[in-house]
Design a protein around this ligand. Structure first.
Ligand code: ARG
Length: 472
């Protein structure tokens, strides 16, 4: 068919831009340098192939391409899939991005039929599709990693449902709690994180393929067919929105930022608990590093790095927000800058989640040290006040006052509250009896907090049981 001697335009030659028909000169090197995205969007290769396979199948069914062309295209795409898996696919800068790299390779493999794949499609809906599928998978992977972390926390919590530790407010000893209860607080946080990813995933699960450049397509395409083939609930309903929306990435990054922030809080606690001054937990050699100069050191580097990586997660959300801010409809090249922050944020988050899971499984509480600390700092003062309210019917404010005086007296006598003689207590409130000592130990304090969600071991075990069922 092709007449090589005529002046008729030919399909783009090797190395020539796919869009080069109306151009007579090559782009400047600097233009290429700023434009090229294959260095990072090669991570969308598998999504790009999946989208192309679904698109080609749909074009065949719609009668837009012949069965011979469709077969050649599917064959070529399968070969490309094998090349990618084998690591032999040539990712080439001269083809700018992943979409044109795949198409250029397809042309090398199957010839002219490759040029029909791009019928009723644009890179604008193509990249929107590929990136959305990548983010969708990232949400699934992250949610699974969060659940693995929750299971690790649950296992530690179950083993420590009765292990006493000080509960803090203002990082000052407040009331005794159990280590299991403390760990279960993180199970709740990460549970919300996982559900945020699930929400985001459900909302993003609409296919933009077929929106084409921005206005839709004059070909009789079936967007429902491609949406279904690619696992989407439905096609997106507005072609302009389809190619210009990156909410899905923003939402995933926002969920990721919150999750990274939770990780950083747990990481910070691990750092604190690991200090010799606290000595609440031990980490094995597997999750610590030494110092090159101070032989005695055992540093919780993984926890510190997790604490720091929240910067990447929050920064990426900020970065993409700034990229999207003020962009007119529909697609603008600015949006090519959506991928790097998103990839980096999820890389950091996934690594952090894995490392945190490893650390949680690794850590061993020093129960004696924690129990001793649980009783320090007059941590059962509230229990004393509550006893006065319950047993003597004192108004809580008066009970608070009496208890304050008891703490002051204990400080003067250099003892703790359970060590304060009854005679001393009776000087403050004559109706106090021996029974008060039943509530002044950390174990009694913890056991008494049976309200729903409280730190009493039975309550903690009930929550562990509930979560085990949820995470089945
Ligand atoms: N590499 C581009 C991106 O990531 C693909 C879309 C390009 N579309 C265009 N009209 N130049 O956004």
């Amino acid at each position: 068919m092709t007449d090589s001697s005529s002046d008729a335009p030919k399909p783009p030659a090797a190395g020539q831009a796919m869009w080069g028909g109306r151009f007579s000169d090559k782009p400047a090197e600097l233009m290429q340098a700023i434009n090229v995205s294959i260095g990072f969007d090669r991570r969308l290769a598998l999504q790009d192939l999946a989208g192309s396979r679904a698109h080609a199948a749909m074009l065949l069914k719609a009668g837009v391409i012949s069965s011979e062309d469709a077969a050649a295209i599917q064959q070529g795409l399968a070969t490309i899939g094998e090349e990618i898996a084998a690591g032999s696919f040539p990712f080439r800068e001269e083809y700018e991005d992943i979409h044109m790299n795949v198409e250029a390779r397809l042309r090398e493999l199957i010839g002219a039929a490759a040029g029909r794949l791009h019928t009723a499609r644009s890179r604008n809906d193509q990249v929107a599709l590929d990136f959305r599928m990548w983010v969708r998978e990232a949400c699934e992977r992250t949610a699974a990693l969060i659940q693995a972390l929750q299971k690790a926390l649950l296992a530690k919590a179950e083993a420590n449902a009765e292990t006493l530790m000080p509960g803090f407010t203002h990082l000052q000893p407040a009331q005794p709690v159990t280590f299991g209860h403390h760990l279960m607080a993180y199970v709740e946080m990460f549970g919300r994180d996982a559900s945020r990813f699930a929400d985001a995933r459900a909302r993003m699960n609409e296919s933009p393929l077929g929106a084409a450049a921005l206005a839709g397509s004059p070909f009789p395409i079936d967007r429902h067919m491609t949406a279904e083939a690619l696992g989407f609930a439905r096609p997106t309903a507005n072609s302009l929105d389809s190619v210009s929306d990156r909410d899905f990435a923003l939402e995933a990054l926002a969920a990721g930022a919150i999750s990274a922030l939770h990780l950083s809080r747990l990481a910070e606690e691990i750092v604190i608990w690991m200090t010799p001054q606290f000595g609440f937990i031990r980490l094995s050699d597997a999750f610590t590093t030494g110092s090159s100069i101070m032989p005695q050191k055992k540093n919780p580097d993984a926890a510190e790095l997790i604490r720091a990586k929240v910067g990447k997660a929050l920064g990426s959300f900020n970065q993409l927000s700034v990229v999207m801010k003020g962009l007119p409809l529909a697609y603008s090249k600015d949006m090519q800058e959506d991928k790097v922050p998103t990839f980096e944020a999820f890389d950091a988050l996934e690594l952090s989640l894995r490392a945190m899971t490893g650390m949680v499984l690794d850590l061993e509480p020093n129960a004696e040290r924690m129990a001793a600390a649980a009783g320090a700092g007059f941590s059962t003062a509230t229990d004393l006040a509550d006893w006065l309210v319950r047993e003597l019917n004192l108004p809580f404010r008066d009970a608070h006052h009496v208890t304050g005086a008891a703490v002051k007296r204990a400080e003067e006598l250099n003892c703790d509250l359970p060590g304060l003689p009854l005679a001393e207590l009776q000087k403050l409130e004559p109706r106090i009896t021996q029974g008060i000592y039943d509530v002044l130990t950390p174990a009694a304090s913890v056991a008494s907090r049976k309200s729903y969600g409280g730190t009493a071991p039975d309550q903690v075990r009930a929550q562990i049981k509930r979560w085990k069922e949820v995470l089945q």
